[in-house]
Design a protein around this ligand. Structure first.
Ligand code: XBP
Ligand code: MG
Length: 252
């Protein structure tokens, strides 16, 4: 890919394993605080992840699983969901500040290398800008949000992933065409979003997404790898590379 100009990264599950040990426990603390007895186990959360967006996920759970609801939810469901989601994000930020959620292998190395080699960087995510910045601050350092020319996040577009809107938004803001960019994703919803925006995608799976359908992805890997921690290729041609670096991405 000789005209590669930018790398566009998903956040949750791609930069870090935020779902199982970040958002999920934060949701559970918010539920307990609100006096509901819901318990989003690791297994149940994997099913709920099919719905992107925390507010949308809570609504889906209420509609599909019919859990017990407090009076506050019965009188105004929208504001009840909004309150739970705000509380979840507060606890999520606390977990991040305790250093509980590290970056995935190869993420820091690839971002630093891309910056050094003049590639432009962007974020395309379903989560909120605040959550993105909190994660970046607590993992890459306090000025790292500025590494990204565009942080396309959350409710800035009406339709969340798997709709392609958030990738269109990011590319439009950077004045770039899909052929000049590569997307990095971890889930089927994210992959479909990038694919339908015309992007070629490198997928790094995780325990929630290893059985998702990534047909058509450029590469599907276990992670981005490090010199001492080689990648395992699930599909695609990695040309014998042990880890993902900029030279390798330019050749794809
Ligand atoms: C991430 C999501 C988000 C997070 C929680 O999807 O679906 O909803 O689970 O964040 P992706 P919010 O990685 O494809 O962007 O609660 O802020 O939505
Ligand atoms: Mg993701």
């Amino acid at each position: 890919m000789t005209n590669l100009a930018a790398l566009i990264f998903d956040v949750d599950g791609t930069l870090a394993d935020t779902e199982r040990d970040g958002h999920r426990p934060a949701f559970n603390i918010a539920f307990a605080e609100a006096g509901v007895d819901w318990d989003w186990t690791v297994d149940l959360y994997g099913k709920l992840l099919r719905v992107t967006g925390g507010k949308e996920r809570i609504r889906f759970y209420i509609e599909q699983y019919a859990p017990s609801l407090p009076a506050a939810a019965l009188s105004n469901l929208d504001s009840f969901i909004l309150g739970l989601h705000l509380a979840k994000n507060r606890y999520y930020a606390q977990l991040l500040s305790q250093g509980k959620i590290p970056l995935r292998p190869g993420v820091r190395r690839l971002l630093e290398e891309a910056r050094a080699q003049g590639l432009r960087l962007a974020i395309s995510t379903t989560t909120s800008p605040d959550n993105v910045i909190a994660l970046l601050d607590h993992t890459l350092g306090s000025d790292s949000a500025t590494w990204f020319e565009v942080i396309a996040a959350g409710d800035v577009v009406p339709a969340k992933k798997p709709a392609p809107d958030i990738y269109h938004y990011a590319m439009h803001a950077m004045r770039l065409e899909p052929a000049q960019c590569l997307a990095f994703e971890d889930s089927e919803n994210g992959f479909r979003s990038a694919r339908d925006a015309g992007l070629r995608t490198v997928v790094t799976i995780n325990e929630y997404t290893h059985d998702h359908d990534f047909a058509g992805a450029l590469l599907v890997l276990d992670h981005l790898g490090e010199p001492h921690q080689p990648i395992h290729v699930i599909s695609g041609n990695a040309h014998g590379c042990a880890y993902v670096n900029v030279d390798f991405l330019r050749k794809l």
